[in-house]
Every structure is written in C-alpha cells, then in structure tokens.
Design a protein around this ligand. Structure first.
Ligand code: NDP
Length: 274
C-alpha cells in the first residue's frame, strides 16, 4: 500500500520538477536513536521520490530562541515547501512555541494549532500523517467506516485525537478511551474498528475485541532485546479479528508515505500561487 501511494505521487513530483522539485526540511535536534531512524527513513523516501530534502541537525544544547531562528529561516525560503521538526525535543526547548512557529502552510506534520482547527472544522489542510495513513488504509481496503462503531484507545494530539476526528468526519460513531477509562476491554469489545495507540506493548489481547473487528495497531514499542511490537497481541488478533495491521509494517510505513503526500500537496499549493 505504501508503494502504491508513493507510485501515485511520482508523476505529480515529476510535473512539479519541471519548475522545481518539492522541498522538505527536517530539523533533528540531538541524537535520539529512535528519531534518527525515523528521520533517515523520511530523507530516504524523499530521495527515492525526487523530493529535495535538507536535514538540519542543531546541537542538543540549542536554546528555544535559536531553534525558533532556524524555523523562521526555513519559513522564509521559497524552495522549502514542508518543515518537520522531529519530536521529542530536548527538555530545555519549549516544544509548543516551536510547533506554533512553523508556517501553517508548511506544516507537513499537521501539528500546528491552525491545522488542528481545520481538522476539527473539516476544512481541507495538512492532516497528521499517521491518522491520515490509517484513513488511506481503510479506504483502500474498502473497510466501511460510515455507521460503524470505532473505538480509539489513546488521546494524544498526534494520533488519538486526530484519528478520532477523521473517523467522525467519515460518520463513524466514535469512542475515545484513555488511561482513566473504566472497563477498557468492555469498550474495546464494542468496536467494529479498533485503533490502538497507547504505547503499551501487546496490551490488548484477543478477547478484548469483537470477533470480526478491524484492528489498527499504531503502537511501536521497543523491547529490551530491540524487538519492536505493537499495542495488541498479534496471536489473539490473528484468531479473532477480520483484519489487523502488523507491527512492524502496517501503519508505520504509511506514515512516511503520507508525509511525502503532504509535502507534494504543499509544493503544488506554493507553485500554483507563485
Ligand atoms: P502518548 O504517550 O502521547 O499517548 C498515549 C495514550 O494512550 C494516552 O492518551 C494515554 O492515556 C493512553 N494510554 C496509556 N496507557 C493506557 C492504558 N493502560 N489504558 C488506556 N489508555 C492508555 O503516545 P502517542 O499517541 O504519541 O503514541 C502511541 C503509540 O503509537 C506509541 O507506541 C508510539 O510509538 C506509536 N506511534 C506510532 C506511529 C507510527 O508511525 N506507527 C506514529 C506515532 C506514534 P492518558 O491520556 O490518560 O495518559
């Protein structure tokens, strides 16, 4: 599915490249090993697709003010269509100020409050990549959403809340669960579509789903032995779910594909209005 999405983007990139290639700037502060892998994958996806990319790697001791200066510089560069500041940022940085400083039109992560407002109101704009990837997956596998009961476990700003809103816009009946939810498994068992985005390794077992449900596992939990597993128990899901996304694989690669999609769409807007 990732390859299909990227293949569809290729002719759009080629068309844009007649004027100039789309441009993505990735700011990676410090040396968080997980972040380094994510950024490497994003830069590689750009190279494969013909998107110009630039990696900016400030020292991990950088101040909020200096980082704001870097983002401001990228906001002003015409050949940069998308800006991504890799999270998490070091403790001394005011992450919220950094997110708000990205020009909303270059916010290919869809994290800027203006784009979150657009999402709430159903106004077109860049959507957060992981939730957007999940919606693509449901659409391309022709899994019905309208009228279905969807349960989202997790309420973060980057996954839980946006996927709940996207499902709602597609007329699902949505329940959002979190760490204070009472009888979590009972809630999960009501779901036709269950989205697990909690960051708890193999937390949801096979008996926490309705037989025949569609299960989207967003979790990426690294175990001490280096193995990455999701938030649901794959054996239990294999026995009970009609369809479920594996970890690794599944949602992760789609996230990068949707970042590419958001970058191409931003370049199209910028070159159209130039
Ligand atoms: P956060 O830690 O920001 O949020 C986790 C959410 O899960 C919170 O809302 C929390 O509730 C809830 N939660 C935690 N424990 C429980 C529990 N025992 N019962 C019910 N709810 C619980 O995580 P993210 O949203 O950023 O990420 C979630 C997972 O998805 C992580 O494993 C992350 O690595 C992965 N991820 C994967 C991506 C991909 O591309 N595949 C992209 C982004 C994230 P509360 O709010 O009450 O604390």
């Amino acid at each position: 599915m990732r390859d299909q999405i990227l293949a569809e983007l290729r002719p759009r990139v080629q068309k844009l490249a007649a004027r100039r290639p789309p441009g993505l700037a990735v700011v990676l502060v410090g040396h968080d090993p997980g972040s380094e892998i994510y950024v490497r994958n994003k830069i590689k996806a750009c190279a494969d697709l013909g998107i110009y990319s630039e990696k900016i790697t400030p020292n991990e001791t950088i101040s909020t003010g200096d980082l704001l200066g870097i983002v401001q510089g990228l906001n002003e560069r015409r050949e940069i269509d998308g800006i991504l500041v890799q999270m998490p940022l070091p403790k001394q940085i005011d992450s919220r100020r950094i997110l708000v400083s990205v020009n909303p039109d270059k916010d290919v992560d869809g994290f800027h409050p203006m784009n979150i407002g657009n999402l709430v109101a159903g106004i077109p704009g860049p959507r957060a990549c992981t939730p957007a990837g999940i919606m693509e997956l449901l659409r391309r596998y022709e899994i019905p959403v309208q009228g279905q009961k969807a349960v989202v476990v997790g309420r973060s700003d980057i996954v839980g809340k946006p996927i709940a809103l996207l499902l709602l816009h597609q007329n699902a009946t949505v329940t959002i669960c979190h760490s204070k939810t009472v009888n979590l498994e009972e809630e999960c068992r009501r779901a036709d579509i269950l989205v697990a985005a909690m960051g708890r390794p193999a937390f949801l077992k096979g008996d926490a789903i309705k037989p025949g449900a569609t299960v989207i596992d967003v979790g990426m939990n690294r175990l001490p032995d280096g193995k990455v597993i999701g938030d649901v128990d794959p054996e239990g899901m294999r026995a009970n779910a009609a369809a479920f996304t594996p970890v690794p694989g599944g949602v992760g690669p789609l996230t990068v594909a949707m970042l590419m999609s958001n970058t191409v769409a931003a370049a199209e807007r910028h070159l159209c209005s130039a």
